[in-house]
Design a protein around this ligand. Structure first.
Ligand code: ZN
Length: 297
């Protein structure tokens, strides 16, 4: 099973620095929710147009494998296109993603077209993963979001509860939370269509730096290549329950670290009618902080 692309540490650091400079130059560092349009203007984009207005000459070059265009950037023309039929948090994410293509020097091409898969789904393209990383940096401004999130318990409910305040999707907030968490935390995002053995495909995964260091990749630590949805194991149980509920489900699971040692984790699952999110957090890390209550539905 090919994994999602990894953004290397150097690119990660460079993108982070580019975003911080863009936020500062636009005068919106620390302003929440981030006024994305200010960053867009500051990045030299002349106009943000609806995706329907994509020039026919560019639309004609859309690869047939690409779905409906939700976002695009024309580099020389300095134009960004966003599908305004998306919910506002997603439209903001899309605009931020296109702005990242514009400001990251090695992304430059004649144009880029982005569909659902490239923006939110199981992309296999490193440049798209980089643009998504940068887009999340624009929306969450890491110290601001994580500073807020770490007041609360280590639970998937914390980023979900904060997503509205940042005018971001829950999906993007959960991902950002996991990638920047100081404790061993990891996330799997899976599709909803089950194979013959009742398992669903893993679309994306990410781990916090401390998780990665001690446990490696989350699917390996759980000893899975797809997510089980049958309640014959604790992991299968937490997912089976999430699939039929609008609540966050929770079970204790055991993970193996890289030395083969067993450690207790809390697994939480949540289903947004499109994909399944499973977050695991070392149980020792989940006991402190304020509680938040979130309904998934
Ligand atoms: Zn893109």
């Amino acid at each position: 099973v090919p994994g999602p692309p990894e953004v290397n540490d150097l690119a990660r650091r460079q993108i982070r620095a580019l975003v911080e400079r863009a936020l500062r130059d636009a005068g919106v560092l620390g302003v929440i929710p981030t006024p994305v349009d200010a960053v867009t203007r500051r990045a030299g984009i002349l106009e943000v147009l609806d995706a329907e207005d994509l020039p026919a000459s560019v639309a004609a070059q859309k690869p047939s494998a690409l779905g409906r265009v939700l976002g695009a950037v024309l580099f020389r023309e300095r134009l960004v296109f966003v599908d305004r039929n998306q919910a506002e948090p997603r439209a903001r994410f899309t605009e931020a993603h296109e702005v990242i293509h514009q400001i990251v020097p090695w992304h430059e091409a004649a144009f880029r077209l982005d569909d659902h898969r490239r923006l939110y789904g199981p992309t296999r393209e490193v440049l798209e993963a980089e643009a998504n990383l940068g887009a999340a940096q624009i929306l969450f401004q890491d110290q601001v979001f994580m500073g807020r999130a770490l007041d609360y318990r280590v639970t998937i409910a914390s980023p979900m509860a904060l997503s509205d305040e940042f005018n971001a999707s829950r999906h993007a907030a959960i991902r950002f939370y996991v990638e920047h968490h100081p404790d061993p935390v990891a996330l799997i995002v899976a599709g909803r269509y089950q194979d013959a053995s009742g398992r669903v495909p893993i679309w994306a995964r990410c781990e916090s730096p401390s998780f990665r260091q001690r446990y490696g990749r989350v699917a390996d630590a759980l000893r899975i290549t797809k997510l089980p949805t049958q309640p014959s194991t604790a992991l299968g149980e937490v997912i089976a329950e999430a699939l039929t509920s609008s609540e966050i489900s929770r079970r204790d699971v055991v993970l193996l670290d890289l030395a083969g040692e067993r450690t207790g984790f809390a697994a939480e699952a949540f289903y947004n009618q499109y994909c399944v999110f499973v977050m695991v957090a070392e149980r020792a890390a989940t006991r402190f902080g304020r509680r938040v209550t979130v309904r998934a539905g």
